[in-house]
Design a protein. Structure first.
Length: 438
């Protein structure tokens, strides 16, 4: 690979961009973008070297659990589609999770809050920001007339929460015979993390998502992981469990131990649909086998996330996030994360003050203001990977990253070779190819 040069990739049917600061890496000596296959190979090589760092962590955002096939959502929608559906759907049953026509009218007439208008119809965080502010003001009021308004606002907040929970647990992926495409992407992702030098610390996967794709994928792969909970019958959150490691004894006579391959630390920064508050016991957060319809411990999409992250268990989870990336020889890879969470961003920005920290972002530099700000730093430690595949898919989407860009392990290549041989052996032969068919 030639030395990177300052370059802007021209528009094309397909291309791949890897920018280190403002320098494009995937170009030849004359500044022409590499072909897709060469660009993918070069990118995988660069990622392989980066993932060989002493401390490696991944941050998966909402985009990782979203997968569109034609016009069908096979996973969980990202923020803009979520807000659009909530804003445009009028509920009939007051107990369901869409605002009724009467509730919409009251919110608009009393407080000038029209959920169908920008920015609320594109961002649930903005809607919740206003609703929580109204709730605070109305709850502090001594006027009897504000009691009805408080009930209205609290009802609207509950409906947004219920709606978000429903989207995280129900969809094309949720039934036993449902679509497994998103789950398969997660499984392929963890397969690529399975081998790592035993002398290096185990990899961490942080996520802002509430869903259970990570846990389900790891369980089905038979991979061991630590998610901060201990116990069997009653699994309770205990941050001390993150200090433990899974090891195997390799020398009985000298009591020598080695870290188990494929062990993963999973940290869900915003909680999970399977967490509930339980006041019994030393640790009041329990993990259930299946999501419950009440008592969820999740930081819903509200500005209160900044404050909620200071309370247990989130203070412990964010301490782990900061402790794992804010250190020497550390690499953080973000996939499906649009840098929309200020409390997460602050920790990442603090880590950039460490000279050996490296940030790999799968997203276009101009996707939003935060990403543009990072791009404008022109810091060669900040890599941004994006583009368009020959099939017309975004190169930074989780599926493309996992299937084409993350470096393949030797075992993956062997599996692929075996699969091709098996396919050749069992594939029906064309009668016209001269093969004798008994």
């Amino acid at each position: 690979m030639n030395n990177p040069k300052e370059s802007v990739i021209p528009s094309a049917v397909s291309h791949l961009s890897l920018r280190k600061g403002n320098s494009e890496f995937l170009i030849d000596k004359s500044g022409v973008p590499l072909s897709w296959d060469l660009a993918v190979s070069a990118t995988s090589q660069q990622l392989s070297e980066a993932l060989g760092a002493r401390h490696v962590a991944f941050l998966l955002g909402a985009g990782a659990s979203s997968l569109m096939h034609d016009t069908e959502q096979l996973g969980i929608p990202t923020m803009a589609p979520l807000a659009k559906e909530f804003a445009e759907t009028t509920g009939v049953d007051p107990k369901k999770h869409f605002l009724t026509a009467n509730e919409r009218t009251l919110l608009a007439d009393r407080y000038g809050l029209s959920v169908e208008e920008p920015p609320y119809n594109t961002n649930l965080e903005k809607l919740m920001e206003v609703l929580f502010s109204l709730q605070f003001v109305l709850a502090s009021s001594s006027k009897a007339a504000d009691a009805d308004g408080l009930t209205l606002v609290r009802g609207a907040i509950d409906k947004v929460k219920s709606y978000v929970l429903d989207k995280c647990t129900k969809g094309a992926f949720s039934s036993s015979g449902g679509d497994k495409s998103v789950l398969q992407v997660y499984k392929n992702f963890y397969r690529k993390l399975v081998i790592r030098d035993r002398s290096l610390p185990r990899q961490w996967v942080f996520t802002t998502n509430y869903d259970l794709f990570n846990e389900t994928a790891l369980d089905q792969l038979g991979m061991q992981y630590c998610n901060g909970f201990s116990g069997t019958i009653e699994r309770r959150f205990n941050p001390a469990i993150y200090r433990y490691a899974l090891a195997e004894q390799i020398d009985l006579s000298q009591r020598r131990w080695a870290a188990v391959d494929g062990f993963i630390y999973l940290c869900k920064l915003h909680g999970s649909v399977s967490w509930i508050e339980d006041s019994h016991g030393l640790y009041p957060i329990r993990e259930l086998q299946e999501p419950s319809s009440s008592g969820q411990v999740m930081i819903y999409p509200t500005p209160a996330k900044q404050n909620s992250s200071f309370g247990a268990p989130y203070s412990d989870l964010f301490r782990e996030f900061q402790g794992r990336i804010a250190r020497e020889q550390s690499v953080l890879v973000t996939i499906g994360y649009g840098f929309g969470d200020e409390h997460v961003n602050n920790i990442i920005y603090q880590s950039l003050t460490i000279p050996t920290f490296r940030l790999v972002i799968f997203a276009p530099p101009d996707a939003n203001a935060e990403l543009q700000k990072l791009s404008d730093l022109n810091d060669p430690r900040i890599w941004m990977i994006s583009g368009l595949t020959p099939e017309g898919k975004r190169a930074h989407y989780f599926e493309t990253v996992v299937e084409q860009l993350l470096p393949a392990l030797p075992s993956d290549r062997v599996d692929q070779a075996i699969a091709k041989v098996v396919d050749l052996l069992i594939r029906p032969q064309d009668p016209g190819d001269g093969t004798n068919h008994a």
